[in-house]
Design a binder for this molecule. Structure first.
Ligand code: HEC
Ligand code: HEC
Length: 469
């Protein structure tokens, strides 16, 4: 349910700058607003392209400009539906406070005229309304006028401290997340030829919706808050340790490079074979030199297995293509790629080996974790670093985790690939590689602090009628 709210100028600014040209931004113009909450370990980024704005602005004396941009907070998405629902309900309370409203009251700038095709920078004084609080803010604004002089791109950003807007960070959702959010926006305004006010996008307005608000909803403007603390420094993310066994240009060397190449998969794939398979003997233990355990078996000696994928593939090329399609968003391997990968895997297969035991995989997929919250949080964090972070490191695969948000059963479903798991690229871990006793610790960590009531249990809230789907 997106409550799309049209906005207009703050009355005062309209009077002050009457006669200025009017510029509008709406759902059809290009624009994006982002909220980034950074923390020592995890980040959450929310984004929306649903916004509306008005500027009173003459390029010839642009610092006299003023305006408003409104963002319906229900339209912000973070990439995870469950988290979005909870963020709206518990964190931003969008039912009570549906919009974020940015007003520009005055601009101080070194240049007074903005020519077509030119750009300029200025210092804005204005206010920002969020969660029922409106505060004075100041920030740097960039303005760019296109060659025709009819489109104006305005961009800028500012940090806010969540507590200054009375936003409590629920422990469960933002476990270890930062206290500040960086707001960034880029909005394209179009010169409007005497339109009285920007028309709301027809489809977005529901007939039953109340008349849209034409100004910030909060009248009291609180003084500017203290400058937010810089986000805490974080350790540089651990990296995959890639060392090549086969330099040179023959088939096996090329195959090894493919083994480490995300480009082998589909356009936005970031995973490589090496995220899931080691290439060395795992008899000494599952933990590789880089400190990570791979979810799938090492391909060491795989070249001498009699069959693959429980008999579904009879050669290495076909077996690898299954992975490339299933986990790497690919559309199959070329004959040459299959040949090179085969040459590489053969080269790391000195000894005969039996086929893998897929009975173990099936057994793992019918195990429901007993007492999923009876684990050890600290141990769970360490185990997650070892078993999960090879992929869940910053930016490697979407999304970045939000510990505290998850329901235990759901994490188990993902890790074991149980029915309804919604995994696309995430593989399963078998009960041999990641026994239930370890998974229990990880689940406890991801759903901790366990002593707290599960306030993010959306199903419960829905059932109790506290939320609409
Ligand atoms: C997201 C994880 C993932 C990625 C990426 C991945 N695989 Fe796999 N692969 C698996 C899983 C899980 C299996 C099932 C058997 C196991 O657990 O090892 C498997 C099975 C295989 C098998 C058959 C093993 C057997 O004996 O049945 C081969 C060969 C293989 N992968 C090669 C590759 C190659 C080459 C790549 C890169 C092009 C690749 N895989 C990428 C997860 C992955
Ligand atoms: C080989 C890469 C890989 C490994 C290893 C991995 N994951 Fe994932 N995980 C993913 C991907 C990719 C997604 C996004 C969904 C998808 O595409 O499957 C994901 C999604 C998730 C999600 C959902 C996140 C959200 O907010 O929606 C959870 C929870 C999760 N993984 C838990 C784990 C746990 C626990 C481990 C370790 C035991 C783990 N993952 C190991 C790749 C991986």
């Amino acid at each position: 349910m997106t409550r799309f709210i049209v906005l207009a100028l703050v009355a005062a600014s309209t009077l002050a700058y009457a006669g200025n040209g009017r510029w509008v931004a709406n759902a059809k113009s290009r624009g994006v607003v982002r909220f980034d909450v950074t923390g020592p370990i995890d980040d959450v980024a929310g984004e929306t392209r649903t916004l509306a704005g008005v500027l009173d602005f003459e390029p010839e004396r642009w610092p006299a400009g003023s305006g408003v941009v409104v963002v319906p907070l229900n339209s912000i998405t973070t990439g995870i539906d469950e988290r979005d629902g909870d963020m709206r309900a518990e964190f931003l309370e969008t039912r009570r406070f549906p919009n974020a409203v940015l007003t520009i009251d005055s601009i101080t700038a070194p240049t007074t005229a903005l020519a077509a095709g030119g750009h300029a920078e200025g210092e804005v004084k204005g206010s920002f309304e969020l969660h029922g609080i409106r505060r004075v803010i100041g920030f740097k604004l960039k303005a760019k006028l296109d060659d025709s002089g009819t489109r104006l791109e305005v961009s800028g950003g500012f940090p806010i401290t969540l507590a200054d807007y009375n936003i409590a960070r629920p422990q469960r959702l933002f476990f270890k997340l930062g206290e500040t959010a960086q707001v960034t926006f880029m909005v394209t305004f179009k010169r409007s030829d005497g339109d009285p006010a920007p028309a709301p996008q027809a489809a977005a307005v529901k007939p039953a919706e109340p008349e849209p608000s034409l100004a910030p909803t909060v009248t009291e403007v609180k003084p500017a808050a203290a400058k937010p603390k810089p986000p805490p420094a974080r350790k540089p993310p651990r990296k995959l340790l890639v060392t090549y066994l086969f330099p040179g240009g023959d088939a096996k060397a090329k195959g090894e490079r493919l083994f480490h190449a995300p480009e082998l998969g589909g356009p936005d794939n970031k995973l490589t074979c090496f995220h899931c398979h080691a290439k060395t003997d795992e008899r000494a233990g599952f933990v590789q030199k880089d400190g990570f355990v791979r979810p799938a078996d090492s391909l060491y000696n795989a070249g001498q297995r009699p069959s693959f994928w429980n008999g579904f593939a009879t050669n290495l090329g076909a077996a690898s293509a299954i992975c490339q399609k299933q986990y790497m968003k690919g559309e199959g391997l070329t004959a040459e790629q299959a040949e090179q990968l085969t040459a590489f895997i053969d080269a790391i297969s000195p000894d005969p080996a039996p086929a893998l035991d897929y009975g173990l995989t099936y057994r793992s997929m019918d195990s429901a974790l007993r007492d999923p919250l009876g684990g050890d949080i600290a141990r769970g964090k360490k185990l997650a670093d070892t078993f999960c972070m090879i992929c869940h490191l910053d930016g490697r695969v979407a999304p970045v985790w939000a510990p505290g948000l998850y329901e235990p059963e759901w994490v188990v479903r993902r890790v074991r690939r149980l029915d309804g798991h919604q995994n696309l690229q995430m593989p399963n871990f078998t009960i041999t590689r990641l026994p239930d006793s370890d998974l229990r610790d990880i689940v406890t960590y991801l759903t901790s602090p366990k002593s707290e009531a599960p306030i993010f249990n959306r199903q419960k809230r829905l059932a109790a009628g506290k939320e609409t789907p």
